[in-house]
Write a protein that binds this ligand. Structure first.
Ligand code: K1U
Ligand code: ZN
Length: 175
């Protein structure tokens, strides 16, 4: 298994729309295993293949308290949604930024599991949020896209300043 590099906002590859997986083969299973290891290493509760630069519809999620029950969603589709919930979200591709996002409270998801078996998942609470957050990644969307224009502009300014300070935007850090 291997740790994968997690792309950081504003990397344009985070905006790619991932293609469906046609065959769940050994290569896809190896990707799933690497993504689970990477999610745990980063102390995340989810990870989408888009975040590691792979444009395939593969996501992993683990919201269990012991961080020992990984769920694998290949080609996930939300087939039913109801209600609303608002909660604070973060993103492994946008470290240090958290904000409130409103999403469906309950979702029913169809997907394939790690071995290609069809599965259906009914989710609420944090699991429902994580599922929607990861499917957004597979569609090239970030939780920032759910914020108001005003909040978004403020955050973009803050992040650009942070990148300048860290010298990670191609300019020399001035201290
Ligand atoms: O996809 C990702 O960037 C992973 C992200 C998923 C996520 C965050 C917040 C709400 C729903 C889904 C994270 O894991 S961010 C960091 C995190 O570990 C965390 C966030 C909320 C609760 C518990 C942990
Ligand atoms: Zn994210």
């Amino acid at each position: 298994m291997a740790l994968l590099h997690i792309l950081q906002y504003p990397d344009e590859r985070l905006r790619h729309v991932a293609a469906p997986v046609t065959t769940v083969d050994a290569e896809v299973r190896a990707l799933v295993d690497d993504m689970i290891e990477t999610m745990y290493d980063a102390s995340g509760i989810g990870l989408a293949a888009t975040q590691v630069g792979i444009d395939r519809r593969v996501a992993v999620i683990d919201v269990s308290p012991g961080h020992d029950t990984p769920r694998v969603l290949i080609n996930p589709e939300i087939v039913e949604r109801s209600g609303e919930q608002e909660s604070e979200e973060g993103c492994l591709s946008i470290p240090g930024v958290y904000d409130k996002v409103t999403r469906a409270a309950n979702v029913r998801v169809r997907a394939l599991g790690r071995d290609g078996e069809p599965l259906e998942l009914e989710a609420d609470g944090l699991l429902a949020i994580a599922v929607q957050h990861e499917i957004d990644h597979l569609d090239g969307r970030l939780f920032l896209d759910h914020l108001s224009m005003l909040k978004r502009r403020r955050l973009d300014k803050k992040l650009a300043k942070q990148r300048r300070r860290e010298g990670t935007d191609g300019h020399r850090a001035l201290g």
